[in-house]
Design a protein around this ligand. Structure first.
Ligand SMILES: Cc1cc2nc3c(=O)[nH]c(=O)nc-3n(C[C@H](O)[C@H](O)[C@H](O)COP(=O)(O)OP(=O)(O)OC[C@H]3O[C@@H](n4cnc5c(N)ncnc54)[C@H](O)[C@@H]3O)c2cc1C
Length: 402
């Protein structure tokens, strides 16, 4: 067993944890990251199942960390337009509405993790450990937290960062309450080849079968590709997951007209589907005694707006900035400093949690708002460029990290 100390210990080696380790180490802090397994290799003949729509603020962070240039450029797809349908009405966005040069960028999860792994390998202030934390407890010394790992090591830390996902044990150890809402839906993802180019357009439809989105992927060997994200009610999700890949492709092809994406069809399967239960989980506070939460440990949202990871990356950006701007001699676990971080994150998290939850409820089968009224609202928003500019500005994340 090894006994070690570190200024900052990050528990959780997903994208939020790896980005936090890199950002804080580049900011001059000694950091240790637990639970960080190397990214899986990208499939040569297809796309990995998990892809993310990254917003402009996330891109800005990955650029600043010198991670963006390491992503495989040929596998990144810009989103230049978005068409949202519901109740026969349409709301459309283009880059003209957006503050950045694209509405979003679609990147595979494993590509982001691999680029973070590479950058962390050259960061001498960051110690990266694959073993997870097994025990998290307060210690009596100047370092208020003592963590034991599955390898039997013991680490004392001044500041403990919980980046350990929606079931965060750091959050539990710090006694931070969490509010959970089960949507009784599953998020199903699968990739398809299209018959014709998508033109960098993302399509989404809200209906009785849930929320269905098709995200554009970069062409593979000249073939245009899309990624499906279908937030389906549980029973329907079970039926969809029981389908063979070709049958799922036919099912989604049948839905293309409702998505306004008919010209893309017919779709052909490009791998199997995967799924996750959909929940909202909100921590009562982003900080505790000597503890900070980032990513899904602090906030797990419905994926209909594709903003969960973006929120986590914006947490990382603001955490690094808050700690760097502390007064000389101010300890890293000073409650005033931690509250400053929590305040900097509260507005964006609350806004997105409210909007995604509100939309999920507004469009469920037995909604409290009649479809005609919903369609009127969507058409009204579509006819108002300033409203669209406001929506894309907030979706870019930029106002919250400026
Ligand atoms: C269907 C779907 C589609 C989505 N699409 C998008 C999108 O387009 N854009 C977007 O921004 N977001 C999207 N999201 C949300 C996104 O997936 C999550 O917000 C993001 O993965 C959270 O990252 P994280 O690093 O905070 O947590 P996680 O990815 O859950 O990582 C947590 C890590 O902590 C580790 N860990 C757990 N316990 C311990 C321990 N005791 N010790 C050490 N390590 C531990 C885990 O092994 C894991 O590696 C989507 C979500 C779903 C379900």
């Amino acid at each position: 067993m090894q006994a070690q100390t570190t200024d900052i210990l990050i528990c959780g080696g997903g994208i939020a944890g790896k980005a936090a380790a890199l950002s804080l180490a580049q900011g001059g802090f000694d950091v240790m990251l637990l639970g960080a397994r190397p990214a899986a290799a990208l499939p040569a003949a297809g796309y990995a199942q998990r892809v993310y729509a990254l917003n402009a603020a996330s891109r800005q962070l990955l650029d600043a960390l010198r991670v963006w240039p390491e992503l495989p450029a040929g596998r990144i797809q810009r989103v230049d337009a978005m068409r949202v349908h519901a109740d026969g009405a349409e709301l459309g966005f283009t880059t003209a509405d957006a503050p950045g040069d694209a509405l979003a960028w679609i990147v595979e999860s494993d590509a982001i993790e691999a680029a973070l792994d590479l950058a962390l390998r050259f960061e001498r202030r960051a110690r990266v450990v694959a073993a997870p934390a097994t025990t998290i407890a307060r210690s009596g010394g100047t370092a208020p937290w003592r963590i034991e790992t599955a390898d039997g090591d013991r680490i004392d830390t001044r500041l403990l960062v919980g980046a350990d996902g929606q079931d965060s044990t750091v959050r539990d150890a710090a006694g931070i309450a969490v509010e959970t809402r089960d949507y009784q839906q599953r998020g199903i993802v699968a990739n398809f080849a299209c018959a014709r180019p998508h033109g960098g357009t993302a399509f989404q439809v809200f209906g009785n079968d849930g929320v269905i989105a098709l995200l554009p992927l970069a062409p593979l060997a000249g073939t245009p590709m899309v990624s499906l994200v279908w937030s389906a009610p549980e029973l329907l999700a079970q039926d969809l997951l029981a389908l063979a890949p070709d049958a799922l492709a036919r099912r989604v092809t049948d839905l293309l007209p409702t998505l306004g994406a008919e010209p893309l069809g017919p779709l052909a399967a490009a791998g199997s589907a995967a799924s996750w239960p959909l929940q909202r989980r909100l921590a009562g506070s982003a900080v505790g005694d000597g503890v900070v939460l980032v990513g899904d440990a602090a906030h797990r949202l419905h994926p209909l707006a594709g903003q969960g990871l973006n929120l986590g990356l914006q947490d990382v950006q603001m955490l690094a900035r808050t700690l760097q701007q502390r007064r000389p001699g101010q300890p890293l676990d000073d409650p005033r400093l931690l509250r400053q971080y929590a305040r900097s994150r509260a507005e964006q998290v609350l806004a997105l949690a409210t909007v995604t939850d509100g939309l999920a409820r507004l469009y469920r089968a037995r909604s409290y708002v009649p479809p005609g009224l919903r369609a009127w609202g969507l058409r009204l928003a579509n006819a108002m460029p300033p409203v669209k500019q406001l929506l894309t500005r907030y979706a870019s994340g930029l106002p919250y990290v400026a």
